[in-house]
Design a protein around this ligand. Structure first.
Ligand code: SF4
Length: 476
């Protein structure tokens, strides 16, 4: 397992960032409103609980079936894509993925790449790497374009700029887009974005996109989107580069309709997205449009680590709908930026440790009330609370010589482990428990008033002056 040198560091300041949002009533209110809206849209899409239950079971089975065959399917996908004329590249780390993409930029001598929405490109921090190599990577999804103008990361995997009000966006456009006056008319703002981007689609030599599903039997890349910018990125520039994680694969085309239905209904509360693109080859002789070259970059970045463990493999079932985030009581209060990771919320808590290591992300798994809402809404039935418990265990058990997870045991403390072991021994023995509670009630006055982090938000722990068993004895 390798350590990465990403620009964006997640762990430091998680508490401070969360507190800053919780202390900001305006931000909390706007986030709450946005999440309530998304939750009600999803609920309206699933009026029949029976249909939802059977569709979720089908979605889970399809994802598990394909993950079980993943190594074979990856080989089949590569063979069929290659036969179709699509060039396949394998990247183990973000650095390798960036090197592949920037190598293509260098070969064709481009200085401009337009990007459709791709969380994997966020994961590898492609924009930073491209900028360092002298290539401008321009986001063309409206939400991504807004956060790029603001020099921020997306705060939600489906709605990148959901933390911004229309007034903030209006100010941003007026400040950063040349020749634009302040307007908070939403239609006018969208038109401004369109005007800027349309010209760039024509100027760019490379269009980069994500992939929602890669079909092994046909060698087809499927892209779900609403704005049409994905179609522009994948057809207008002469070179199209798609990037995706190795888990986004299905064996058959017939696996897609149930997953697509679950994805759009869970994500944005839409029956179906406005666009569904299927890319199976570069432009063929006689065809009038389409790119001359198509590449697919398949990224591992810790996914093999999750895959190797039967329980943690369930993380890879994710279809990136974002429903777990919209329903999470923690995410809806602190928003996406507090996490500091590319993927925030419940999905971020279970996938980020594989990408960044438990040492950088151990606080994420503990920032959960384990209410179970995420697991209940997940369209492919990922048992998120169960996986959070497992990650907590991995972070706080003594590190092994051959750890199965990057950063395993990062939160381990000899003192804390000894205290809990002692506590468990006392609880297992009635005699020891009687002695311990007797001592506790006699020497309660010795308990300090300040008890570290505990008393920063709670009253001090103090044993009762009389034990329960003594009170019961007194009552006869
Ligand atoms: S974990 Fe489930 S609910 Fe969350 S983004 Fe993935 S598929 Fe959607």
């Amino acid at each position: 397992m390798s350590e990465h040198t990403l620009h964006f560091k997640p762990a430091e300041g998680f508490r401070a960032r969360s507190k800053a949002v919780v202390d900001n009533p305006f931000l909390r209110q706007s986030f709450r409103g946005a999440m309530d809206f998304l939750m009600s849209k999803r609920a309206a899409q699933f009026p029949d609980a029976g249909e939802l239950a059977s569709l979720r079971t089908l979605g889970e089975s399809i994802r598990q079936y394909n993950l079980a065959k993943l190594p074979t399917l990856l080989e089949q996908l590569e063979a069929n894509l290659t036969r179709n004329g699509i060039q396949v590249h394998w990247a183990e780390t973000p650095e390798e993925a960036n090197a592949i993409i920037l190598g293509i930029c260098q070969r064709i001598g481009t200085e401009l790449m337009v990007k459709g929405k791709s969380m994997v490109s966020e994961e590898i921090e492609l924009n930073h790497a491209a900028e360092a190599a002298g290539v401008a990577a321009l986001e063309s999804d409206m939400g991504e374009y807004i956060v790029q103008l603001a020099d921020e990361k997306p705060s939600h995997i489906i709605m990148p700029a959901i933390h911004k009000t229309k007034e903030e966006i209006a100010r941003l456009f007026a400040d950063k887009v040349e020749g634009v006056d302040y307007t908070d008319n939403v239609d006018a703002l969208i038109q401004i974005g369109r005007n800027v981007l349309r010209q760039k689609f024509l100027e760019a030599d490379i269009g980069l996109s994500g992939v929602n599903f890669a079909v092994a039997e046909t060698g087809t890349l499927c892209l779900v989107e609403n704005e049409g910018n994905g179609r522009m990125c994948t057809t207008a520039p002469p070179v199209h580069i798609a990037i995706t994680g190795i888990e986004k694969i299905v064996e058959k085309l017939e696996h897609i309709p149930p997953l697509l239905s679950l994805l759009t209904r869970s994500a944005t509360g839409q029956n179906i997205s406005t666009y569904f693109n299927m890319i199976s080859s570069p432009r063929k002789p006689g065809e009038k449009d389409g790119p001359a070259e198509v590449h697919l970059v398949l990224l591992d970045n810790g996914r093999s680590q999750a895959y190797a463990d039967e329980q943690l493999r369930k993380t890879l079932q994710c279809i990136r709908c974002g429903a777990c985030m919209n329903h999470c009581p923690v995410y809806t209060r602190i928003g996406g930026h507090a996490y500091g990771t590319t993927y925030p919320g419940p999905i971020g808590k279970i996938i980020s440790p594989h990408m960044l290591g438990l040492d950088a992300t151990s606080s994420m798994a503990t920032a959960s009330s384990l209410c179970g809402a995420c697991g209940e809404v997940c369209p492919v039935k990922i048992p998120i609370p169960e996986l959070l418990m497992r990650l907590r265990e991995e972070a706080f058990t003594a590190p092994h010589a051959n750890p199965s997870m990057l950063g395993q045991g990062a939160g381990y403390s000899w003192l804390m482990t000894s205290v809990w072991k002692g506590w468990a021994a006392v609880y297992r023995s009635p005699a020891l428990y009687a002695v311990a509670t007797w001592l506790g009630s006699r020497f309660a006055w010795l308990m300090p008033a300040k008890q570290g982090a505990w008393t920063s938000v709670r009253v001090p722990l103090k044993p009762a002056p009389k034990r329960l068993r003594d009170m019961l004895k007194d009552r006869g």
